[in-house]
Write a protein that binds this ligand. Sequence first.
Ligand code: GLN
Length: 203
Amino acid sequence: MIEVGVLELQGNYALHHNIFSDLGIRSKGVKLPKHLDGVDGLVIPGGESTTMSLLLDTFKLREPIKDFAKENSIMGTCAGLIMMAKKIEHETKVVPLNILDIMVNRNAYGRQIMSKKMSINLKLNNELMPLNSTLIRAPKIIDYGKDVMVLTMLENSPAAVMQNMHLGLSFHPELDGISIFHELLFNPSSKYYWNNLNKVDAA
Ligand code: GLN
């Protein structure tokens, strides 16, 4: 049985455990490098990327997570997506992990007060899955490399992207009880598991 780690340095990690428990997948908190031992994947949650970047260094997790990403799937939501980027526009305080070949602009969907639910169309195996999810001071993906697959668009920008076995989301599926992305990345027995899919229709 697989077990997925959820990075618990800061931010909105608790609800990811609920999604895993709904899916019958074991999850555990990751606060130190040794907590990555034996887990099969990692979620980097939303929160505040400036703080998360500092804490990654404080707890000496930066290199262990980069190494972990060579063999295991990582999913980042919102601040987690920022942390997974290769580059962040106009930013010096956040040092990203360079796991996804994307450039992001932090807070580009607007301030906290502009937080909103958006409808999202995801198409997997030719099935259309309309979702309603939440953006909170969300990052926009403003550029991406040729190996990045766009799963869904919002306001003319990619809002869910996959590269190899990694997934980055601008929005917060865990706030809306949406489990399909956790299933897509971490549930090998699902027909929606990334490695079992016949087809992910690019947005
Ligand atoms: N704007 C935050 C940041 O830059 C991300 C917000 C979020 O994760 N909901 O880190």
